[in-house]
Structure formats: C-alpha cells, structure tokens
Design a protein around this ligand. Sequence first.
Ligand code: NAP
Length: 344
Amino acid sequence: MAPSIFLTGGTGYIGGSVLDALVKQHPEYDITVLLRNVPQSFTSKYPGVKIVLGDFDDTELIAETASKSDIVIHNGNSKHEPSIRAHIDGLLRNSTPLSPRFLIRLGGTGAIADWADPSYYGEKNPKVWNDVQDIKELTSLPDTALHRNIEKIVQKAAVDHGDRLKCAIICSCGVYGPGKGPGRTQSQLVPLFCDEIVNNTKRAFYTQSGENTRSWVHIDDLVAVYMKLVEAAAAGGGNADWGLHGYYFTATQEVSQLDFATAIGRILKKHGIIEKEEPVRLPLDDIWKMLQKSKWRYMGIYAFACNTRTTSERARKVLEYQPSAPSLFDCLEHDVLAATGREA
Ligand SMILES: NC(=O)c1ccc[n+]([C@@H]2O[C@H](COP(=O)([O-])OP(=O)(O)OC[C@H]3O[C@@H](n4cnc5c(N)ncnc54)[C@H](OP(=O)(O)O)[C@@H]3O)[C@@H](O)[C@H]2O)c1
C-alpha cells in the first residue's frame, strides 16, 4: 500500500522542493502537510495534498497527525524542540516492530562548523567530516554544536525505540539553485552574502587568506537524497541506514570564501550592482559586526569566515546517490540575480 507521509516546512526552500518532488514522482503517496500560512496557489498546484493548519508549537496536532502517518519528513526550523518531540511521540503511538514508522529530519552542517575555533577564521581547516568514517564523533558532538539539541532527541529515540522507530538525519551543507516549491524558492547563503555587499560593504569580501571552505549541494541533488530515503522507508527501510547510523551528508563540492567572493563580485559588477568586481580583504573585526540581527553573535563568522567541510559517503554507499545537478558556479548568476531582486 502507498505510504502516508506527513511533511513540514512545505512552504520553505528545502521542504517545498521535497514536497514538489514527492507529488510529481509519487502521485500515489498519501501526503499531508503542516502549514501555518497556505500559499494562494497551493491547492490548485497540489490538489491531492491534505493540509493541516498549524505551526510547530501545535504539538498535539503534530503528534496526532504523525500517529496516523507511516513517514514523517520534518523540515523548517531546525532548532525547534517541541515539534520534534511531538513527531516522535506521535510516531510511537501506533508503531510496532512489524510495522515500524519512519522519521526523516532535516539538519545542517552547522553541526560540524568550526565557528568556535578562532584559529581557522578565514583559513582552511584540514578537517573534512565523513558521515561514515566519523559517525561516532558525529553522534556524540558537544552540546555547544549547532542542532545538537535536536540531534540528541532524535538519536535517543532511535536508540530507545529502534525496533519500531527508524530515524534518519539529512545533514545538509549550503544549498544553491532554484527551489521548486510553492513558497520560498531561494536558499540562504547566497542572499545573505549579496545583502551584506549591497547594503554594507559594496564589495564582495573575505577575511584573512579567504581559504575557509564550505561544502555545497544543488537543491535537486539534495532532493534526490530525500527521495531515495523516502522510497527506502516506503519499502520498509530498504538498504538505507537508520538509527544512529542514519546520518547523511549531501555535499557534492567545496568552495573557498575567496573563490565564492570572486565569482559573486564578478556577477554583481557585470550587472551594474557594484562598481568593482575584485573582492576586498576585510579585517576580522568587520566580519564580527555582520548579521547581528540574528542575535547569535557568531553569525557573521559562521556565514563568511568559518569552515564546514563534509563528504557525503553514506548516501552514495547505501542509497546509490549519484549527484548530477549543475555546480554552484554554474548556478551562481541565477541565484545572485534572484537574491538582488533581478530576474535571471
Ligand atoms: N538553505 C540552506 O542552505 C540550508 C542548509 C542546511 C540546513 N538548512 C536549515 O534547514 C531549515 C530549512 O531551510 P530552508 O532554506 O528550507 O528554510 P526556509 O525556506 O526559511 O523554510 C522554512 C520552512 O519552515 C517553516 N517553519 C519555520 N518555523 C515554523 C513554525 N514555527 N511553524 C510552522 N512552520 C514553520 C516555514 O513556514 P512559513 O513559510 O510559514 O514561514 C517554511 O516552510 C532551516 O532551519 C535552515 O537553517 C538550510
């Protein structure tokens, strides 16, 4: 029988793209989404998708809907504890070892970012995290790691109820490319960088040597990982890893801040948005002052000066993940023009 799926974050860049792929590739799936605002075109675009109106604080609604679902795909605010607890509570209500339920949760490589280590600000950290070889470290990161609060909840549930609750964390790196969902279709990092340039520095920028490096994935490749995991879940688990080993990086390439800034500077200059294309080297103090609206004092450092380097081995190994989408540099002009309010 076709599985019932409960998806959150369906109006978001990632969750929306996953929703769109699920509907198009698996019209037989019975899909329910949690939405706090329903986009105007939602029902005409996805007539078969059921809507539950609510937000992440509606925990009984989430638990009740999860209890009637075979697979939960939780996207959106990756730090919200009550909603993940509610999903787990609901999934456990009707699960049995003969009929296990599945939880696929979106995380982020902020979890392994080296924002707390000043020795690598603006410099390349040689550590590249591997989701197979480093799995013990990845499942016991310090409590100060980003997303750790949620990962601990998911991993405890996986250990305590692994016979009837199969969990996976998709730990995505920076995403680029046009989203396909009914709401937000832009990612986060390219707009953040462009906003800072347009509204503050007027030049693309880096700090120190600019060799700090980030992993990236095209939204279509990221969605492909989701689809393979959902299909495995629909087949009762398939060949996928679940539980403590159900931890999936998605990276397809790495780019240094200097190369990122150089490419974006060129595009912004080409379109008359800034005057000089060469990126400028800024002192670290300037980076510390950036993005402080986020109320996390490391946000500027996290976005522009630290390393998040990952290798996606598990998805390739157990899901036969074969990324095929265009590279970051192939998509950057589109993303920069979208981020600056110009059509690509
Ligand atoms: N984009 C990236 O490069 C990237 C990479 C790795 C990890 N992540 C993380 O993954 C998560 C999703 O990323 P994204 O780019 O898809 O973000 P996004 O476009 O901002 O989407 C967020 C989604 O979550 C929903 N949401 C947030 N808070 C909610 C609440 N309290 N109740 C109900 N719905 C809520 C939003 O609904 P509304 O439309 O109603 O606001 C939206 O559907 C974020 O936590 C992000 O930090 C992002």
